[in-house]
Design a protein around this ligand. Structure first.
Ligand code: BG6
Length: 487
């Protein structure tokens, strides 16, 4: 049984209900399943189901008119009105779930999905425990928590203490939805299932690695939240560091959850500490000004709803990270993420070292380096760029590509990240969720940066919407004789 706190909210409508529907349509939803949405407003069962059905119609990847399936699935959706702070509401919820258990034979299994603002996590978890809803005498009990998990190490630790007072680590599923993306899961396969890549995956052959996640969207209607988060807390601390961990980790001892997470955390532990001086030279921030996106004029960040007119919140962040271990010593990792950039893309570019300056490398000064590009989204694929002879010339050399795309054929749509992640929670597999020490070390890294920023009050240069961020980000690369790969 899936119990969604914030069951009438945006996340439930855009992601959770469409994911349930798609799992149902593709035959992957467990037979014994029901959903209870918890909300504060008065609502009849019919109204709630109609709203959920509409959300699925609008946001599901598979919907396309299958009204019978839709009817079937929403008939298993229930609404329970209660205030999160009202203890009595949880007692009633308990009774309600026991009744539904009988109908759906859900055997006391409970997944509590906290799709609410973080300030409500504590009270919900405490009341769940006090009302006996988390007792393990019958069925499993799991809790799913959305990001942001805290806003620095201290608040994340406090939050974690509250949750671990009630739930064991194995019962906690901290969502980073990037981990549910097909190509993120593919990174380990590409690296560890190919003799072609793994032997080269180190400082003997790699010059540097760049990881970009750019969006064309602005903050939309999330100005209030974003003002307190910025690109650092919204993207860098979680999604970007996940990409870094998967790209840089050592081969785990096995593919089990524990071993994989151990290796990922080791990457974070090996990142050299960012002292304030280093932050100045290695971390760049920026904020979007007005500009053009897809031929449309868009406003500056400071003109967005619920954003202060003199806001210094960063909507762009780039940083250079050093991983101090034998594999990576001397290979910088450049990470950048930003809103209102020219394209939506998430990709990892692995740039190889040049060959010695003999033969072609001697004769031609501007040979392109070899690159491996892992495209995470929206295009999902792998591109290898290498040098080849231009046909019909004596020895002109041009860059050519081997290009594998796994979602380019018409009609091929990868499952949404939430489908994969929800199913994993139901199956009790937490490999694709964030363990506490990942959160802990990622905040340690980010806290050093925000501390340096608060001491130094660095500039937050404005970049035009539709550009690749402030000139300072290009400078970061140029200083090292490198450049961002923006093709
Ligand atoms: C979310 C951030 O976690 O990820 C958003 O809060 C961002 O600001 C989003 O837009 C990007 O996710 P995706 O899946 O659209 O790349």
């Amino acid at each position: 049984m899936l119990i969604v706190f914030g069951g009438t909210g945006d996340l439930a409508h855009r992601k959770i209900y469409p994911a349930i529907y798609n799992l149902y349509v593709s035959g992957r939803l467990p037979e014994h399943f029901a959903t209870v949405a918890i909300g504060r407003r008065d609502k009849t069962q019919e109204t709630f189901r109609e709203e959920a059905a509409n959300a699925i119609r609008s946001f599901s990847r598979e919907n396309q008119g299958n009204e019978e399936d839709l009817k079937q699935i929403v008939s298993r959706f229930y609404y329970h009105r209660t205030d999160f702070t009202d203890f009595g509401g949880y007692e009633k919820l308990k009774e309600y779930l026991i009744q539904l258990d009988d109908i759906y034979q859900t055997n006391g299994n409970r997944i509590f999905y906290l799709a609410v603002a973080p300030e409500h996590f504590g009270v919900i978890v405490r009341h769940l425990a006090q009302s006996g809803l988390t007792g393990l005498n019958r069925g499993y009990k799991r809790v799913v928590i959305e990001k942001p998990f805290g806003k620095n190490l201290q608040s994340a630790t406090e939050l974690n203490n509250i949750i671990t007072n009630v739930f064991q680590e194995e019962q906690i599923y901290r969502i980073d939805h990037f981990l549910g993306k097909e190509m993120l899961q593919n990174i380990m396969v590409i690296r560890f299932a190919n003799a072609l890549f793994e032997p080269l995956w180190n400082n003997k052959y790699i010059d540097h690695i760049q990881i970009t996640s750019s969006e064309t969207l602005g903050v939309e209607n999330r100005g209030g939240y974003y003002e307190t988060a910025g690109a650092m807390r919204d993207m860098m601390q979680n999604h970007m560091l996940q990409l870094l961990m998967l790209t840089a980790m050592e081969a785990p001892v096995s593919l089990n959850t524990h071993d994989v997470r151990d290796e990922k955390v080791r990457v974070l532990k090996s990142i050299s500490t960012m002292e304030p001086e280093m932050v100045k030279s290695h971390v760049i921030r920026g904020q979007y000004g007005e500009g053009m996106i897809n031929g449309r004029r868009v406003p500056a960040y400071r003109a967005e709803d619920r954003v202060s007119s003199d806001s210094m919140t960063e909507t762009f962040m780039a940083m250079k990270v050093k991983i101090e271990n034998f594999r990576w010593a001397g290979v910088p990792f450049y990470l950048r993420t930003g809103k209102r950039m020219p394209v939506k893309t998430t990709r990892i570019v692995v740039q190889f070292l040049p060959l010695p300056e003999i033969l072609y490398y001697k004769e031609f000064q501007n040979l392109e380096p070899n690159r491996l590009i892992i495209e995470i989204q929206p295009r999902e694929g792998v591109i290898i760029r290498f040098n080849g002879k231009k046909p019909d010339t004596r020895s002109e050399i041009i860059p050519v590509e081997l290009d594998f795309c796994q979602n380019c054929a018409v009609g091929e749509v990868s499952p949404d990240a939430y489908e994969k992640l929800l199913l994993d929670v139901m199956e009790g597999d937490s490999t694709l969720f964030t363990r506490w020490d990942e959160v802990e070390y990622s905040w340690k890294l980010m806290d050093n940066i925000s501390r340096a920023w608060s001491l130094d009050q660095p500039d937050c240069p404005i970049y035009a919407s539709g550009s690749w961020g402030p000139a300072e980000a290009d400078e970061l690369m140029k200083r090292d004789g490198r450049s961002w790969f923006n093709e």
